[in-house]
Design a protein around this ligand. Sequence first.
Ligand code: 7PM
Length: 276
Amino acid sequence: MSRLQVLLSHDRPLVMGILNVTSDSFSDGGQFLTIDSALGHAREMISAGADIIDIGGESTRPGADPVTASLEIERVIPVIQAIRRESDVAISVDTSKTEVIHAAQSEDIDLINDVCALRNEGAMDAANRSGIPVCLMHMLGEPRTMQLNPVYGDVVSEVFEFLVERVAACEAAGIPKSRLILDVGFGFGKSVEDNLTLINQLSTFLELGLPLLVGLSRKSTIGRITNDSLIGSVSGALFALNKGARILRVHDVAQTISAIRVWRSFAGEHVVNFAT
Ligand code: 7PM
């Protein structure tokens, strides 16, 4: 069984820690500072108990400066290697670029997290040949413009049909359902109301029969509800679990894990905090 299959076979939610591999204000043409600070952040999330580290080189971040495939590779690959030298944590690569999928597939990684759901030229083929599991996320439009005026007839059925179509496209290309995870794409081409509807109706997506990943940590919809993004994100994460989410993509790993422990205990599961 693959690392991710082992994790998913456990009867508990999984926590995916967000690792942004982006440059800071220092001049760092060689990317050393970028990689070093990313590794420090990864170590923190691993000791906090993250199940998966999601490494992103900023390619598809809404509003972010576009990053070339070679710069993304130059940042992401050394971080994968550095984490793998010291940890058996599951590693996810947050990318939509075919070149990055190609480069990452020869590393010991566990998931390709593509916010474009393998719609870019060559991405489906690269993911198929890699044999690595994939998270397919819904996004309306493209990152630069998706928040300008997203309009749906019925957001739940449109996102649902999109995911049905992408799963079928993967199966047709040779990627079996056993290698797929789905995500409704909170904040990706959606109004505040659309996001709230999708989370409220998240259990509808369980019908697709695949694990659901939810990423709402520190997103603007949470910020519209409360100024406390930590409490807001953790509260939202627990609500998503109640609606059937299996993997939570979060910034605040330690706090989310504490909340999950309480949630599982209240749900009647035997969770003992050995630390106290
Ligand atoms: C600006 C806006 C910066 C949004 C970064 C983001 C998801 C993801 C992201 C998600 C999956 C963030 C996002 N969000 N991958 N990548 N699901 N599967 O908040 O919701 O990190 S980028």
